[in-house]
Design a protein around this ligand. Sequence first.
Ligand code: CA
Ligand code: CA
Ligand code: CA
Ligand code: CA
Length: 203
Amino acid sequence: MKFVLRFAAAVFIASGMLLTSSTAVIAAESGVSDIDNDRIPDTVELAVCGSLACATGEEDADADGIADWVEIMACGNATCASATADTDKDGIPDFAEKLTCGNNTCAKGKEDADGDGIGDWIEFVICGDRSCATGAEDYNANGISDADELAACVVVPGGSLALTGVFWGLIVLLALLFVALGVTLQIRRKRKAAAASVESLSL
Ligand SMILES: [Ca+2]
Ligand SMILES: [Ca+2]
Ligand SMILES: [Ca+2]
Ligand SMILES: [Ca+2]
């Protein structure tokens, strides 16, 4: 059973602005005890509100836009996650990296457990787990989906790789130029030697 709720997650984006995500479907990680089948684990509900089935999923003790249960899942209590903390400055908030792969800097941005084209970290930010987003969420109703807006925040390592590619390309080009120069000089030297030889013979 899926549980629909309004989950406002403020998320750091590359521009430094805050994006708040939309009403969404929560689907908590499977394989854990969930007595009311709302996909928020029992232990998390217990921490949020004191019993195994009391959480609505909307509780947000510190009003930072990250629901209590998501903060608990990410770092152990209802106030520990930050929407703007981003240790490795890759555009993916620490709490989303932690949920995606276990620590604050491990996410590559490409993880996509359900293969729907929406990265795991983005699904965590939009609705709390790695398979809950539909891709249609558009909290600020600007016509661009939350998934696309969040995906645009990631600092792609390809940027530096591309730079590396250009660097090596220049090295290869320089090497080829040196080789060409060397060959040209060698040809000139041989021609000069041949000319000198012909000249000495003619004398
Ligand atoms: Ca539950
Ligand atoms: Ca919160
Ligand atoms: Ca990060
Ligand atoms: Ca996905």
